[in-house]
Design a protein around this ligand. Structure first.
Ligand SMILES: Nc1nc2c(c(=O)[nH]1)N[C@H]1C(S)=C(S)[C@@H](COP(=O)(O)O)O[C@H]1N2
Ligand SMILES: [Mo]
Length: 360
């Protein structure tokens, strides 16, 4: 075992704050990602909070501000299970780095995405009991972990629009794959915002504040924005504050650089439609995109989860580039090249995935 209950095969980008992703093959063929290989993304120190000491402050534009212990949260609201894929906005950044440098950001490969069954209460139910006041339009989440990379250093936080917060799928979750949420993933309680970039699923949540405007937190107002090329990433103006995730897909098997035997080769991966969109089709190419065949889609495990896919390609001896492209229910297809998506923060690389293999 490596640190934080993760297995040894994790690719650790930073020991402190702990940032690690599984190799792509560890994600392959598993509708739910085991906690031992689930990616971990931290901007500050991992918090170790006694579940009996944890409490949630709910305030801002509400009729009845509240203070809730974990026991009260569990006793007073209906429990929900949601299978949801969490994906860092920086997942697949390596593909953007190959286009142009992105200083100071983690060089995530294919593994900053994972799927779990999350158990908790609906944020919508908690907000309904608190009652909303006029002007309520955004819901902010604040955590106690202080990130020294923030300008100025401060606690992690984020916000989502009220329409998303009250839509039913957003959870205050205390369990992951039927086990208590471990500290590395935000236990005792974290927010899960299905369909949004991972940055909005605030771990160790301690405050929920209903507001008129999006959060002023550094990780909402400055980082996690899609900026035009040439923009200053540290200036808090302009750009798109990332929220709903877009269509993405990756090849998980075979691994990039694999040496294979000629003949039938099993190729598998995931496609993820993001916010409110399903995966309609996945095409796979054995020759870098000159010819395509349709992959077989795995079962739907939930509206907020990735869809696994697989196919068999007959690869001739030599070098091959296997590529794939997913289509969603709005007939959107992934863009071909990462170069057309390059942005200063290195976010949302949704270009066609490619793995290069040697066939003998
Ligand atoms: N309190 C807190 N919440 C956080 C973060 C953080 O650094 N601190 N990182 C965010 C980011 S950027 C992502 S992608 C997800 C990662 O969740 P995981 O570590 O459980 O995979 O948590 C989000 N929630
Ligand atoms: Mo992230």
């Amino acid at each position: 075992m490596g640190s934080w209950g993760k297995c040894d095969q994790m690719i650790v980008h930073d020991a402190e704050p702990y940032n690690a992703e599984p190799p792509r093959t560890a994600l392959a063929g598993r509708p739910l990602t085991p906690v031992e290989v689930f990616y971990a993304r931290n901007h500050g120190p991992i918090q170790q909070i006694d579940p009996d000491m944890w409490c949630l402050e709910l305030g801002g534009l509400v009729e009845r501000p509240k203070r809730l212990s974990l026991g009260e949260l569990r006793a007073r609201f209906a429990h929900h299970d949601v299978v949801a894929t969490l994906q860092c906005a920086g997942n697949r950044r390596a593909g953007l780095l190959a286009v142009r440098a992105i200083p100071g950001e983690t060089p995530w490969g294919s593994g900053a995405i994972s799927t779990a069954r999350w158990t908790g209460v609906g944020l919508a139910d908690v907000l309904r009991e608190a009652g909303l006041r006029p002007g309520a339009a955004h819901v902010e989440f604040t955590a106690p972990d202080v990130a020294t990379e923030a300008r100025p250093p401060g606690p992690y936080g984020a916000s989502i629009p009220l329409s998303k917060a009250t839509a039913g799928e957003v959870l205050l979750a205390w369990a992951m794959n039927d086990r208590p949420l471990p500290p590395v993933h935000g236990g005792p309680v974290r927010v899960i915002v299905p369909g949004y970039v991972g940055a909005r699923s605030v771990k160790w949540v301690s405050r929920v504040t209903v507001r008129e405007r999006p959060s002023d937190n550094y990780f909402q107002a400055v980082r996690y924005r899609l900026l035009p090329p040439g923009a200053d990433t540290e200036r808090a103006d302009g750009g798109l504050q990332l929220g709903p995730a877009g269509l993405n897909a990756d090849i998980l098997m075979p691994d990039d650089g694999a040496v294979l035997c000629a003949g039938p080769t099993e190729v598998s991966g995931y496609a993820f439609g993001g916010d409110h969109r399903g995966v309609a089709r996945v095409d796979v190419s054995p020759d870098g995109g000159r010819s395509w065949r349709q992959a077989e889609l795995g079962p739907v495990t939930g509206a907020w989860a990735w869809r696994l896919w697989h196919t068999v390609l007959d690869l001739p001896a030599g070098e091959a580039t296997i590529t794939a492209r997913a289509w969603d229910t709005a007939a959107t297809c992934q863009p071909e090249h990462a170069a057309s998506l390059w942005n200063p923060g290195g976010y949302v690389n949704t270009a066609w995935p490619r793995v290069r293999v040697q066939v003998r």
